[in-house]
Ligand binder design. Structure first.
Ligand SMILES: *Cc1c(COP(=O)(O)O)cnc(C)c1O
Length: 395
């Protein structure tokens, strides 16, 4: 057992910020992962909704190999064309106007927050602007993102956080309206809440918030980090409601595993100017060559069609499941971001599925989350369902 030895070494040198599942992965192929002892796993987690194209996509890998041999870093003091190409493709896919590349999701949120603060400061010359975010949201772990994350459990030991943040009830427009005042500079939300337990926004809620922001000249920020990049069956989940934000944060599946995120703005919200914001690595040629290839592959391999077809199939299978097991309280989601809410925390079920060779993760405390690679097929859904059934019986 090679894994035991690695895990022991890891526990000695890695900061213990995760209670990791006892497995050491070695390589991937399509929608399967293999651990260092050769055991095969069907991956229904995709590295937390990241590896949309699965493992070993030849076009993605070739783009990276070519770029590694040419140039990996120059800094943002100069132009690099993989970044320009990736930005053009993102602009086209999102309908937004401008792109700032980051290294992670949380940095994309930081940029969005700074954009909102600057937009409001330019307008009224004051500096005490407020942001409305949502209960049960998740936006990242850096101090700004943590401040707008509606989960006190993550925040408690790290106070003081940003001031002027208020939390509204998700999918409740009245609750948002009641928090708006002349100091509000942004409303921030996930079009589908991921970590919070897979809650899609009602289209009317998104449309209502859009109208409110237009009336009050408040920036609307959508966090599409988990639900974007095709997972909902549209390129971005807000497109399901026909609503465009002023600022959009993306990451996770954008780089298919490379550390890249971005915040996108409309021309109106493109207020950050030279000196206002920066990053050393963000948008370097290597990660941008990868993201650029990802966006091409989405079109060439008809990824959205696959998500819609297999997502509908997964929906039917999980629906049957919910009817069969009374301890499943709810089934939510869309496309390839779905969840089953259990009466009790489903950690034991996920662990049993893992032993049977299927990787599943949880969300909130009682939701089993299904966020597989976007290239998954119906037969893989059947394989997962068989293992889940056995795992539920066992646990
Ligand atoms: C994962 C996630 C983040 C944070 O992204 P990191 O890359 O971990 O910083 C922010 N928002 C949402 C919705 C996420 O799912």
């Amino acid at each position: 057992m090679k894994a035991e030895a690695y895990m022991k070494r890891g526990e000695q040198v890695l900061l213990h910020t995760y209670n990791r599942t006892p497995v050491v992965f070695d390589r991937g192929e399509g929608v399967y992962l293999y651990d260092v002892d050769g055991k095969k796993y069907l991956d229904f987690a995709a590295g937390i909704a990241v590896v949309g194209l699965g493992y070993g996509n030849p076009e993605f890998e070739d783009a990276l190999k070519n770029q590694v041999e040419k140039l990996t870093h120059t800094s943002n003091l100069y132009y690099n064309f993989p970044a320009i190409e990736a930005a053009e493709k993102l602009v086209k896919a999102s309908g937004m106007d401008r792109v700032f590349f980051t290294n992670s999701g949380t940095e994309a949120i930081e940029g969005a927050i700074k954009t909102a603060r600057k937009y409001a400061a330019k307008k009224d010359k004051t500096k005490d602007h407020e942001i409305i975010a949502m209960d049960h949201s998740f936006h990242g772990r850096s101090m700004g993102s943590l401040s707008v994350t509606g989960n006190p459990h993550y925040q408690e030991d790290f106070k003081p956080l940003l001031s002027g943040i208020h939390f509204a009830e998700y999918n409740n427009l009245e609750s948002v309206v009641s928090l708006v005042n002349e100091k509000t500079c942004a409303i921030l939300l996930e079009p589908i809440q991921g970590e919070g337990g897979i809650y899609p926004a009602d289209p009317e809620f998104l449309q209502g918030v859009r109208k409110l922001c237009d009336e009050k000249d408040i920036l609307l920020i959508f966090d599409e980090i988990q639900c974007g990049m095709g997972r909902s069956g549209k390129m971005f989940a807000c497109q399901r409601a026909g609503v465009k934000p002023d600022v959009m944060a993306v990451a996770k599946a954008l780089g298919n595993g490379l550390p890249i995120g971005a915040f996108l703005t409309t021309e109106k919200a493109a207020v950050l100017a030279p000196g206002d914001h920066g990053t050393t690595y963000g948008g370097n040629p290597l990660v941008c060559a990868g993201a650029s290839a990802v966006l091409d592959i989405f079109e060439k391999e008809h990824i959205l069609e696959n998500v819609n077809r297999v997502g509908a199939y997964l929906w039917e299978k999980l629906k049957e499941f919910k009817e069969k097991y009374p301890k499943i309280r709810a089934h939510r989601g869309v496309g390839l971001i779905q969840g089953l809410e259990f009466e009790e925390a489903p950690g034991k079920i996920a662990a049993a599925a893992m032993r049977k060779g299927v990787i599943l993760i949880t969300a909130e405390h009682n939701v089993l989350r299904f966020v597989p690679p976007l290239i998954i097929k119906e037969a893989h859904v059947d394989e997962m369902i068989r293992a889940l059934e056995a795992a539920i019986e066992e646990a």
